[in-house]
Design a protein around this ligand. Structure first.
Ligand code: AMP
Length: 217
C-alpha cells in the first residue's frame, strides 16, 4: 500500500477518509491539526499562541510544523503505511516533506487532493460535531450523519463538541488560505506523477474510498 498525503480544502473529509484507511487497512495517521489541538490543550504560552492562530484560520509557522511532523514521523513504525493529514499547506512545506522523505527513503506515496465548492464545505463545517472521548464525527445538517440523540455520541454517550475554528469567519479564512496556497502544491505533485484529484461532491464516501483504494494498492 502506498503512503498517503492529504491536500484538502477544509471540511472535505480528510478526517473521515483517514479513519476509513486506518480502520479498514491498518494505516497509521499523523494529523498536524490534531497535534496542534493537543498543544493547545497543554495551556502553556505556546498552547495559547497556537490557539489564537487556529481560531484565526491562518497557518501556524513552518518551524513549529516541521518540528511536530519530524517528531511524529520518528515515533511511527514505518513498516505500516501512513497518512499525513494536513500537510503540506504551502509549497515550502511540500519541499520540506520531500527532503524528509528522501532522508528516510520513502518514495512510495500518493498526494490526494480532496476538493469541494465553498458553500458545501461551509455547511459541512458549521454542522460538524465530534466526540471528545472516542473521536467519532457527526454532522447535524445531514440526516445520514446526525447522532441518534441530539448532541450525544451514539458510540459512547459523551456530549459532542464542535471545533472552535468551525465558525463562519474562521472557515472563510481557512478556505482562503487553502485557495491561496494550493496551486503550486498541486503542480509540484502533478509534475512528480504523485497526484490524485477528487471532487468530493461528485461521489458518496464509499465511492471516494474505492477510488482511493484503487489508487493506493
Ligand atoms: P486541520 O485540522 O487540518 O483543519 O487544521 C486546523 C488548523 O491547524 C489550520 O486551520 C491551521 O491553523 C493549523 N494547521 C494544520 N496543519 C497545518 C500546517 N501544515 N501548517 C500550518 N498550519 C497548520
Amino acid at each position: 500500500m502506498k503512503n498517503v498525503i492529504f491536500i484538502a480544502a477544509p471540511a472535505t473529509g480528510k478526517g473521515t477518509f483517514s479513519n476509513m484507511l486506518m480502520e479498514r487497512c491498518g494505516y497509521n495517521h499523523i494529523s498536524t491539526g490534531d497535534l496542534l489541538r493537543n498543544i493547545v490543550k497543554t495551556n502553556t504560552s505556546l498552547g495559547n499562541e497556537v490557539s489564537e492562530v487556529l481560531k484565526s484560520g491562518k497557518l501556524v509557522n513552518d518551524e513549529l510544523i516541521f518540528k511536530i511532523l519530524k517528531d511524529a514521523l520518528k515515533q511511527m513504525d514505518l513498516q505500516n503505511p501512513f497518512i499525513i493529514d494536513g500537510l503540506p499547506r504551502n509549497i515550502n512545506q511540500a519541499y520540506y516533506l520531500n527532503n524528509l522523505f528522501n532522508e528516510i527513503n520513502i518514495d512510495n506515496y500518493l498526494a490526494i487532493n480532496l476538493d469541494l465548492e465553498y458553500e458545501i464545505a461551509l455547511k459541512r463545517a458549521l454542522g460538524r460535531l465530534s466526540c471528545p472521548n472516542c473521536g467519532t464525527t457527526y454532522n447535524k445538517f445531514f440526516d445520514e450523519f446526525k447522532p441518534k440523540e441530539e448532541n450525544i455520541c451514539d458510540k459512547c454517550g459523551s456530549v459532542l463538541d464542535s471545533r472552535t475554528d468551525d465558525n463562519e469567519e474562521s472557515f472563510k479564512q481557512r478556505f482562503e488560505t487553502y485557495q491561496n496556497n494550493v496551486n503550486p502544491i498541486l503542480e509540484y505533485y502533478k509534475n512528480n506523477n504523485k497526484l490524485l484529484k477528487i471532487n468530493t461532491h461528485e461521489f458518496t464516501n464509499e465511492e471516494i474510498f474505492d477510488i482511493i483504494m484503487n489508487a493506493v494498492k
